[in-house]
Design a protein around this ligand. Sequence first.
Ligand code: CLR
Length: 264
Amino acid sequence: FSTVGMGIRPFDPESSFFSYPTSLHIEELSASIVRSHRETTQYRPEELQALRWKVFSREEIHAYQSKSVDEMWQHCAVRLTDAVQYVVEFAKRIPGFRQLGQNDQIALLKSGSMEVVLVRMSRMFNTENNTVFFDGKFAGTELFKSLACGDLIAAVFDFAHNLCALRLTEQQMAVFTALVLLNADRPCLEDRERVQRARRDVELALSHILHRDNQESLLHKLYQRVQVLKSLCALHIEKLRWFRQLYPLTVHSLFPPLYKELFG
Ligand code: CLR
């Protein structure tokens, strides 16, 4: 029994460098992404289901609507950054993502974290009354009135409603959000090849899951949603620019550093 030459290539099920993706490899990749998703969501599906009866009262809605524009922006920026933080943690646990260089990880998060937050928003959405779980209760668009960006809010709610209607399973959503992050077309990437390789495996994982679930028609619908996501994020950045012009000091001294780092 010779050990010469063994150990040059330590067995690493997550490395696709020396091997073609086998079905075992793709199976393990899906399982790993699903686990990462489960470990990094703020609420489990059962918890959200149990919270559905909690909706904001008329008085509570009025209190949000009475906030000043900059006060409400700051409040929402903090909430949004909380959600982004979980997405960053999710990204770091995706096998193909954590093997990328630091700069590429940051580049992917700058353009992808908001997209993933919006996809995840559909988990927190109740299509029966068009409300989203925000700040501890379910809130409709009117609660966000004082942000003074009704078009963005309406579009974001519309997106969540439509995505919710697809009734993705947690596994499908996990792998779909990993795919949203691993996008080789993002600006400022140093090693596009490597992102593309990681993406290819996650694409295989998604097809595999959809095939297994007998829902292959979802693939096309999900790729359509990606276009909408892009426009929503562009609108978010546009609104932030507008707000920054009006309230530069609020952004500078009161917005969370992570929010500014990713979107500022
Ligand atoms: C997404 C899912 C998270 C919980 C959560 C918290 C904050 C919500 C966010 C969700 C969805 C998008 C949201 C945000 C607060 C403000 C933001 C409604 C529900 C809208 C799009 C406004 C963006 C502009 C702000 C930066 C002012 O688990």
